[in-house]
Design a protein around this ligand. Structure first.
Ligand code: PEP
Ligand code: CO
Length: 453
């Protein structure tokens, strides 16, 4: 089937005729169908116009005029759900964005892995816990992480909980970002106590002081700072992995203005390293939605595969439509990434390049916990910047897993978290996240790299 025939054949459910990896088997399909019907009747979480605005903003990144910071939990949790945890995550994203913008002078586009990041792809269908072989945890939208057999049975009604938690999260984020909390005059208040006490926290305070001074200077010069402006409000877009396709299909709606279909569960959707087969269900689904989309690319990706994905996912070559999220590993990025960047450039596509320095740098610690070392995260980013500098291409952005909490999940960083400290506050529902201090340290290092480039 040619590309254009495929396009005309696309519907929100056309993915169902393709092989779909990583999807749960619901114990009773009729219950899942009832949940899907209920979701189809619920309001969209985002609007098509917002998704188009994000595509345009990503187009600026593709053109080398902005940098994208995409950040949030590996997996949002039904258990750790509170106004405080949402606020603290937003604080650290705002702090990172301030450090990056102030340090580099480049506009920073902010996208959260938030308000819908619930479904997880897994390397194995089962896991061993003590003597038991259990079905693996697939994210709170599918089953529960408690290691007993009953918790691991996929429960489709969890999709409704995920929808409502996403709606409540998004509502609070909209209030925080538009209602004064994200106002630049609040720049000091985003610095949490446990961060402020560290060297990076003090470095942040110094920038915050300079921003205060600049605002007072502009006010003294007669610039009216009271009206609505980017000084008072922030745009924070939402994103998650489009993994659980029944849920995504149910939230896919036709835009009345353009007739185009949008997945209204988030502004941006991405497909993961395990589900980007060209003829697979996930690629089929995202190929037809109007949202900006992302695709993870691991170290085994070939130049031919990435160009085929570009041709298929962005046939019209719309700036900002497609973000290629490279997750190669600190040791591989300098070797594996250049052929992909060259092939995309030669094909005439102008995708946004982004570095995910997390997912190819994971290992299991001696105590049996999944972790990452700050030096590897930074090392992959340094390699990524070096590759782009050598090729004369724009290192569009980063994609990181973090939390606003004072967790001990990733090793190293300014507070030098050690192997034996991992158990202290290891609370992630899936992969290890940078804590707020490590995230701000990373932002300072990123700002230096951007400036140097
Ligand atoms: C993730 O982003 O949490 C993830 C599972 O990534 P990847 O598909 O790159 O492994
Ligand atoms: Co992850």
């Amino acid at each position: 089937m040619s590309l254009s025939e495929r396009e005309t054949a696309w519907t929100p459910s056309s993915w169902q005729s393709r092989e779909a990896l990583q999807l749960p088997t619901w114990p009773d399909e009729r219950v899942a169908e009832r949940v899907h019907a209920e979701l189809r009747a619920l309001p969209p979480l985002v609007f098509a116009g917002e998704a188009r605005r994000l595509t345009r903003a990503l187009g600026e990144v593709a053109a080398g005029r902005a940098f994208v910071l995409q950040a949030g939990d590996c997996a949002e949790s039904f258990d750790d759900f509170s106004a405080d945890s949402i606020r603290d995550k937003l604080k650290v994203i705002l702090q990172m964005a301030v450090v990056l913008t102030y340090g580099s002078g480049v506009p920073v586009l902010k996208i959260g892995r938030i308000a819908g990041q619930f479904a997880k792809p897994r390397s194995s269908a089962t896991e061993r816990v003590g003597e038991m072989e259990l079905p693996v945890f697939r994210g709170h939208i599918v089953n529960d992480d408690v290691p007993v057999p009953a918790s691991r049975v996929p429960d489709p009604t969890r999709m409704l909980t995920a929808y409502h938690q996403s709606a409540a999260t998004l509502n609070l984020l909209r209030a925080f970002t538009k209602g004064g909390f994200a106002d630049l005059s609040q720049v000091h208040s985003w610095n949490q106590e446990f961060v402020a006490a560290s060297a990076e926290g003090r470095r942040y305070e110094a920038i915050a002081g300079e921003i205060d001074r600049a605002l007072r200077f502009m006010g003294a010069c007669g610039v009216d700072l009271t009206t609505d402006s980017p000084i008072h409000q922030v745009d924070l877009f939402t994103s998650h992995e489009a993994l659980l396709l029944g849920y995504e299909e149910a939230l896919t709606r036709q835009d009345s203005l353009t007739g185009q279909w949008y997945d209204c569960s988030a502004h941006m959707l991405w497909i993961g390293e395990r589900t980007h087969q060209l003829d697979g269900a996930h690629v089929e689904f995202v190929s037809g939605i109007g949202n900006p989309i992302g695709c993870k690319l691991g170290p085994t990706t070939t130049p031919e595969q990435v160009v085929a994905l570009c041709d298929h996912l962005d046939p019209d070559r719309t700036p900002g439509r497609l973000t290629l999220i490279a997750r190669m590993g600190a040791d591989s990025v300098r070797e594996k990434l250049p052929p992909l960047i060259r092939a995309v450039a030669e094909s005439g596509h102008s995708a946004v390049w982004q570095c995910d320095p997390m997912h190819a740098n994971t290992f299991v610690s001696e105590s049996g916990r999944k972790t990452r070392h700050f030096d590897d995260v930074l090392g992959e980013i340094q390699g990524y910047f070096a590759v782009h500098q050598a090729l004369g291409t724009w290192p569009g952005g980063v994609h990181v897993e973090l939390t606003g909490d004072d967790v001990t999940e990733c090793l190293g960083g300014i507070g030098d978290i050690l192997e034996e400290q991992l158990p202290l506050r290891y609370t992630t529902a899936c992969d290890p996240r940078l804590n707020a201090r490590q995230a701000i340290e990373l932002a300072f290092r990123l700002a230096e790299l951007l400036r140097a480039g």
